[in-house]
Design a protein around this ligand. Structure first.
Ligand SMILES: [Fe+2]
Ligand SMILES: [Fe+2]
Length: 301
């Protein structure tokens, strides 16, 4: 029933699962002395599998491990790869400021360890996905050096059939939380210049541990929260800190004319059971007018 169309828009052409900030530690030591990052990742991956879809990619936008330990990369791989294999989806690993490039390359990509930026290009059935590496070895803020920007410019010179999605760790957006602006992506105007006139339709990022969205150089930017812990935004900006709640990931639906980013909270609250595949099948069997009558008509009270 995946292909029903009850409204004006045909079903999404591509679907990406966007997750971020797994922050695994060797031996699953509690992050910050309080967060069980492996179990929180496990709950998140269970939720991804419960979607019952076959996504075109699983994109992890950085801070894959907390300290760049080889054992933590191995644990991450062991947790995610079987899920990706069952879903038939490629995994896109993006480097974050908590990662270490050599260990990430060796542990996740099976490549020679080196300090070169971890970048990549994927063809998701005509949708191009480009992973940038906004990390600065030895620092927590972000930057894209001239070499990486030139590389990006070269790839974007040729448009892709369904356009391009960029993924990077540090979002090119402001944050209302002061400490995040210290850790921001620097030289954003240089990136904006490269994106000008390109086919980039969306930018996926992480780093903030809360979901937010904005535009950068006219391009929609979507920041996924974290799987490990999230920022408690119920506090004043000066007092925002982490909490072991509110973990989520994003479902990115790529349509011909727009891209949507649905936030999926990870939780086990009891769910109502009105809508079912049978209900959908009954609706699909009706004409558009009958469907409107059956489901849109307000009943007399
Ligand atoms: Fe993070
Ligand atoms: Fe980060």
């Amino acid at each position: 029933m995946e292909t029903v169309q009850f409204g004006q828009h045909p079903p999404a052409a591509r679907t990406i699962v966007h997750l971020s900030d797994t922050h695994l530690l060797a031996g699953n030591r509690p992050l910050g002395g309080r967060y069980d990052t492996a179990s929180n990742l496990g709950r998140t991956l269970d939720a991804v599998e419960r979607l019952g879809i076959r996504p075109d990619a699983l994109v992890f936008t950085g801070d894959l491990t907390d300290l760049g330990e080889p054992e933590a990369y191995a644990a991450l791989r062991a947790a995610v790869e079987p899920v990706a294999a069952r879903l038939g989806a490629p995994i896109v690993w993006v480097a974050g400021n908590h990662d270490e490039r050599p260990a990430l390359r060796a542990g996740l990509l099976g490549r020679e360890p080196s300090d070169e930026p971890v970048t990549g290009v994927w063809d998701l059935g005509g949708l191009r996905l480009i992973a940038l590496d906004s990390t600065v070895p030895g620092w927590h803020h972000g930057d894209l050096d001239d070499a990486q920007l030139a590389w990006l410019r070269g790839i974007l010179a040729e448009p892709a059939p369904l356009g391009t999605v960029l993924a990077l760790h540090h979002p090119p957006l402001p944050s209302h939380i002061p400490f995040f602006d210290i850790l921001e992506l620097r030289r954003q105007s240089a990136l904006a210049e490269v994106l000008e006139g390109s086919d980039v339709r969306a930018i996926l990022a992480g780093h903030l541990h809360y979901s937010t969205a904005g535009t950068f150089a006219g391009i929609p930017v979507s920041v996924a929260s974290a799987t490990c812990y999230t920022m408690n935004l119920q506090r004043s900006p000066a007092e925002v800190n982490g909490m072991d709640a509110g973990q989520s990931f994003h479902l990115v639906h790529v349509y011909d004319d727009t891209i949507t980013h649905a936030v999926v909270p990870v939780g086990d609250a009891e769910t109502a059971d009105f809508f079912t595949p049978d209900w959908l099948a009954r609706m699909a069997a009706l004409s558009p007018e009958e469907r409107l009558q059956a489901f849109s008509r307000k009943r007399a009270r």
